[in-house]
Design a binder for this molecule. Structure first.
Ligand code: FES
Length: 761
């Protein structure tokens, strides 16, 4: 504690020992930034780091909120030097007329969006599609050069040069001395995000100064041929057309920044991906056997070990983040690597799981109006690298080696990646045509519907009248991923996809399926088609109904088949030794699932209300008897949840947590629905939403990455902000008041009222 007392935040508050010890340039953060901030995610999600001089933000929701509000949290400091330079180093920079100014990355509104809109066109998926061919050709050429060697540093032989060549081609910048550019890029990273010593600062300043001049010279050359190809030529033409939006100084700064941004991040992310996959051999083997897994494996790699681990923002007014009050001018370091492993957001977050259907929700590309414009170029390259390597060298393995990283706050990836293989086993020696085989993955984010893991029915049993108990196991005998109480999975069989809560243990999953005669046929089909030994696909687990384990007391209420997640919660609370009570209502004992197990495991806490015996749960009495600070978790029919919502209105927010039955989402009926159009204020684009398409689907086709989970209006993850236009709300997330305010909507289910136009932030 003596150490903590030595430091205070700018507001004068004492700094905790862990916060005082936090060092972004060495120690655990450099080894594994997500792991290094585990304590922060758990105990102090926003803390002041005296060594860094920044407020560090580590939780997913907080970071997303910061990204979302780029007015209150200005990006103006994103390219500031984390370590201020000495006077001598500054003098060196000055001698090169170094005048790095605003770029797309650190520009405030309204200039940022004006420029982004003016320059966005080249980045949309349809315009990137033709570039796949070039990436593949370059990748094959590089692989041809080392495929018979049996050993290679992938960074030196492929993963640096291909992204650089692709980037230069995309920009229209003439290919130049790649080694020099690499040196410049490293200098730029150290200059902006590193902690160089005073001697290094002078050296770095010279390299950065030369890079600045080089960028200027390239720009001048390109100006001489204004009709040239590529994005920078396009930007030069826009500069001539709208000089007040795309200014001269902006072009020079962009030129330097984008040469780095366009390739360095992809090279590092690709290196991280191969390191991860070759370490997780099961995942590598699965990809070799089924290349359709590649797009999501790339996304999961970006989640688990993205190349941009942290970014910066600065408050423009007093703000509150994660419950911590920050003054105007507070500098924030938001650590996306930590957000990406936040268990509040990702189930089983510390596991690398290429079947994770929520991997796309990672924040490695940022979020909101400043989201990385080049994200789809990076995805495209990483997919092709992975496809070519896994097809041509499935026997690849990681060599014994020590990994080294460039110490800095924000960019992460090994400087070399040595791999080895037995060339005599190269598949194309026996089958030469294999070299030229290829798949096509459309540019853009992977579709959630394409992601599912194979499972097998290990056991079936009758849990109650009309309730089928199903135990599922991995088809390859591996343990299925861990999950937390309240989680669910989605079963996929013969075109039917339905969500069921989990209640099993020990690496296998248990679900209970109520046969709903009046439903759309999913539960009937599962009842009739499932057999022991049958194989099917499964998505998840995901958890939209988390148990608040911090509460001093829990009251659990289940109606009918809603007992499944409630049983898992009771199991968990018992294991934690926390006080709880469990109220379970149903038609009759015969129709109530898990009664034996409940009696055996939770008998003392259990109250049963079989309607056939005249028993009724007195919800008012349950609410009135809630101890202070207790949490009430309920899963059951709509009327039960509404009644509890009414009864708990006077209690502190968060007291009641509920999950609706994952009711069959009604399919869009194009005969009834109306098409509409949305305008995206961020980009100025208009997106047409046809009558048979959800807003979420239409936005994704347009290249907008939007998280989603339930796709039924239950979870709130696909929320978008509404600036203008009336919404036909169809979710179960927003309150009546929130609907009336008309400022938010769920893109997976809600639409424009009367087919009119909406304007979204
Ligand atoms: Fe869950 Fe839209 S994805 S509410």
């Amino acid at each position: 504690m003596a150490e903590a007392a030595e430091f205070t935040s700018p507001g004068g508050c004492p700094v905790s020992p862990q916060a005082a010890a936090f060092d972004a340039f060495e120690g655990p953060y450099q080894v594994d930034p997500a792991d290094a901030l585990r304590w922060s995610r758990d105990q102090e999600p926003v803390f002041y780091s005296p060594k860094l001089g920044y407020w560090v933000v580590s939780r997913y929701d907080d970071i997303k909120a910061v990204f979302r509000d780029n007015i209150l949290f200005s990006p103006c400091n994103a390219l500031e030097k984390v370590t201020p330079f000495s006077d001598e180093a500054m003098a060196v920079l000055k001698s090169y007329d170094y005048a790095m100014n605003r770029t797309m990355v650190n520009e405030d509104e309204p200039a940022h969006m004006e420029r982004r809109r003016a320059l966005m066109e080249h980045f949309i998926p349809a315009n990137l599609e033709p570039r796949q061919e070039m990436v593949r050709r370059l990748t094959r050429e590089k692989m041809d050069a080392f495929i018979d060697d049996g050993r290679a540093d992938l960074v030196a032989r492929m993963l640096y040069e291909v992204p650089l060549t692709v980037a230069l081609e995309f920009l229209g910048v003439p290919p130049d001395d790649q080694e020099t550019l690499k040196r410049f890029s490293v200098a730029h990273t150290v200059n902006t995000w590193g902690r160089p010593t005073p001697e290094q600062q002078v050296e770095v300043a010279h390299s950065v100064g030369k890079f600045w001049r080089y960028a200027g010279e390239v720009l001048d050359k390109m100006r001489a041929e204004p009709d040239g190809p590529g994005w920078m030529h396009y930007a030069i033409r826009r500069n001539a057309e709208i000089p007040e939006v795309v200014t001269d100084s902006y072009l020079h700064s962009m030129m330097m920044a984008i040469i780095v941004a366009a390739h360095e991040t992809t090279a590092l992310a690709s290196t991280n991906m191969f390191k991860l996959l070759l370490t997780h051999r099961d995942a590598w083997a699965d990809i070799c056997a089924d290349p359709s897994l590649i797009p999501n494996a790339v996304e999961e790699s970006l989640r688990y070990a993205g190349s941009i681990v942290a970014w910066r923002r600065q408050t423009t007014a007093p703000a509150t983040v994660g419950g911590v009050d920050l003054p105007e001018g507070a500098k924030l370091m938001i650590v996306m690597a930590s957000a990406n492993r936040d268990t509040r957001q990702f189930e089983n977050a510390d596991s690398f799981d290429i079947y994770r259907d929520s991997a796309i929700d990672h924040l490695s590309f940022g979020y909101g109006s400043h989201q990385c414009m080049g994200k789809n170029i990076a995805r495209m390259e990483m997919r092709i690298f992975l496809e070519e390597m896994s097809r041509r060298l499935p026997h690849l393995r990681l060599s014994e080696q020590e990994f080294s990283y460039l110490p800095n706050t924000s960019f992460r990836g090994p400087e070399a990646l040595w791999v080895e293989w037995d060339p005599s086993r190269n598949p194309e020696r026996a089958a030469p045509a294999l070299r030229d085989r290829q798949l096509h993955f459309p540019v853009g984010a992977p579709q959630r519907k394409d992601i599912a893991r194979p499972v097998r029915v290990a056991a079936l049993r009758q849990e109650a009248e009309g309730v089928l108990g199903v135990t599922l196991e991995d088809t390859r005998g591996r343990p299925l991923p861990d999950w937390s109480a309240g989680a669910h999975v989605e079963l996929c069989l013969d075109g039917y996809e339905r969500k069921y809560s989990l209640c099993g243990r020990d690496g296998r999953y248990e679900v209970a399926i109520l046969r709903e005669e009046a439903g759309r046929g999913g539960s009937r089909h599962f009842h009739e088609a499932l057999r022991e030994g049958a194989e099917l696909k499964l998505r998840g687990p995901s958890n939209l109904f988390k148990l608040d384990e911090t509460a001093p007391h829990h009251v659990l209420v289940a109606g009918g088949i809603g007992i499944t997640p409630i049983l898992a919660m009771a199991d968990r609370l018992k294991a934690l030794g926390k006080p709880y009570e469990l109220h379970y209502a149903g038609r009759s004992r015969a129709s109530m699932a898990f009664l034996d197990r409940l009696q055996a495991d939770h008998g003392a806490a259990l109250r049963l209300y079989p309607k056939s015996e005249g028993a009724r749960a007195d919800l008012a009495a349950i609410v009135d008897a809630l101890p202070e600070g207790a949490r009430l978790h309920v899963c059951g029919p709509e009327r039960m949840i509404s009644a509890l919502e009414d009864r708990t209105r006077h209690l502190p927010e968060g007291t009641l947590r509920f999950e609706h039955f994952a009711a069959d989402a009604p399919a869009l009926d194009p005969a009834v629905e109306r098409p509409f159009e949305v305008e995206l204020a961020d980009s100025g684009f208009s997106v047409a939403v046809p009558a048979d398409t959800t807003l979420l689907e239409a936005l994704r086709v347009a290249g907008v990455d939007l998280p989603s989970d339930c796709c039924e209006g239950l979870c709130g993850s696909c929320e978008v902000s509404v600036l203008d236009g009336a919404v036909d709300h169809r979710d179960k997330v927003l309150t009546r008041a929130e609907r009336a305010a008309n400022r938010r909507m769920m893109a997976c289910c809600s639409r424009a009222r009367d087919g009119k136009r909406l304007r979204l932030a």
